[in-house]
Design a protein around this ligand. Structure first.
Ligand SMILES: [Zn+2]
Ligand SMILES: [Zn+2]
Length: 338
């Protein structure tokens, strides 16, 4: 089969590799769609995956082979993947916080081969049944939708609250939709990239600003001088992480969704005298995935407009290089030929 294999930092090559076989208790999927995730780009530039890793965790496919002892799945079933592996036994797993389990990893992150390949081997516990009405290409978008769902769920957001979302990447745009759906009074979005700003407008943002605008002044205008109740930071760089705490109202809450890998300088005194709360969030659990899936199936979430480009597996190495420079993409999907 064809696979996009990481050889080194910023070195991905398309190779012919043996297709996986389903052993006892395993299932092999024929891949149909896989999304390029920001975390893949991070692993690509830092080289934080072992050589010969096949990345890709935002997968949608069709069951192609079922190993001995697997029940409930058959060849031809359309499926999504919850790619995170967890032990099911630790303190966090027992509380349903499987995204915080440190016992095991996930597919496409160096632990198990991922979906940048024509076939993918998984455990049946990772499979999500896809409702008949749902398009498989939308299944590959569940990762950002579920991440946003998880973040909104943990935030304590309530109907009629006001929100600023920093960053209209896939997760920011999904959070925007979730928050509007949940009854936000005002959702303002800051975004530098024009195509993403346009998408934010199309997805119902009340106001879209360039981050260099007078954001704080405009937020005050929108909220009777009070400021927003919540800031969702969906960029993950030091500047925006710091700025989030300056933009939220006194006694408001900052929700960190973006994963900032660099040191950020903060002034705790500003949090203290303003009694600002913070909720950090990472990934999602299976229930977030299933809830997002239900929303997409019912048509209450829009998936059109998120995918800005569909490529073939052969185009992956080029796409990764291209996505490192400023660009107008939102979500790039790999589509596999039948
Ligand atoms: Zn992802
Ligand atoms: Zn665990």
């Amino acid at each position: 089969m064809k696979a996009a294999v990481m050889k080194d930092r910023r070195k991905m090559v398309i190779e012919e590799t043996p297709a996986p076989k389903a052993g006892p208790g395993e299932v092999v999927l024929k891949m149909k769609y896989v999304g390029i995730c920001g975390s893949d780009l991070h692993l690509y530039t830092t080289g934080l995956v072992p050589p010969d890793t096949i990345m890709g965790h935002e997968c949608a496919g069709i069951v192609a082979e079922v190993g001995d002892g697997v029940e409930g799945w058959k060849i031809g079933d359309r499926v999504g993947i919850h790619g995170g592996l967890y032990c099911g036994k630790c303190f966090w797993c027992r509380r349903g916080q499987t995204n915080l389990c440190r016992e095991v990893g996930g597919i496409g992150l160096g632990d198990m081969p991922g979906g940048y390949a024509e076939y993918l081997k998984v455990f049946p516990s990772m499979l999500l049944p896809v409702p008949e009405k749902m398009r498989l290409r939308d299944v590959a978008l569940l990762d950002p939708f579920s991440t946003a769902f998880h973040a909104v769920r943990l935030s304590g957001f309530q109907i009629a609250d006001t929100v600023l979302i920093m960053g209209a990447g896939p997760i920011g745009l999904c959070a925007l939709q979730q928050l509007k759906l949940a009854g936000a009074k005002v959702v303002c979005v800051t975004e530098r990239v024009e195509a993403r700003a346009r998408a934010a407008k199309a997805f119902g943002a009340d106001l879209v600003l360039d981050p260099t605008d007078d954001v704080s002044g405009k937020l005050a205008d929108l909220t009777d001088g009070v400021g927003v109740d919540f800031v969702f930071e969906c960029v993950g760089i030091p500047d925006t992480t710091q700025e989030a705490f300056n933009l939220v109202r006194r006694a408001g809450k900052v929700v960190l969704v973006g994963v900032c890998m660099d040191l950020a300088t903060v002034h705790p005194v500003l949090w203290v005298i303003n009694e600002i709360s913070m909720q950090a969030t990472i990934g999602f659990v299976r229930e977030d995935l299933l809830s997002s899936m239900k929303q997409i199936e019912k048509g209450v979430l829009r998936t059109d407009g998120l995918v800005t480009e569909t490529i073939s597996i052969e185009q992956l190495p080029d796409a990764f290089e291209r996505l490192l420079s400023p660009n107008n993409e939102i979500k790039v999907l790999v589509e596999f030929a039948d």
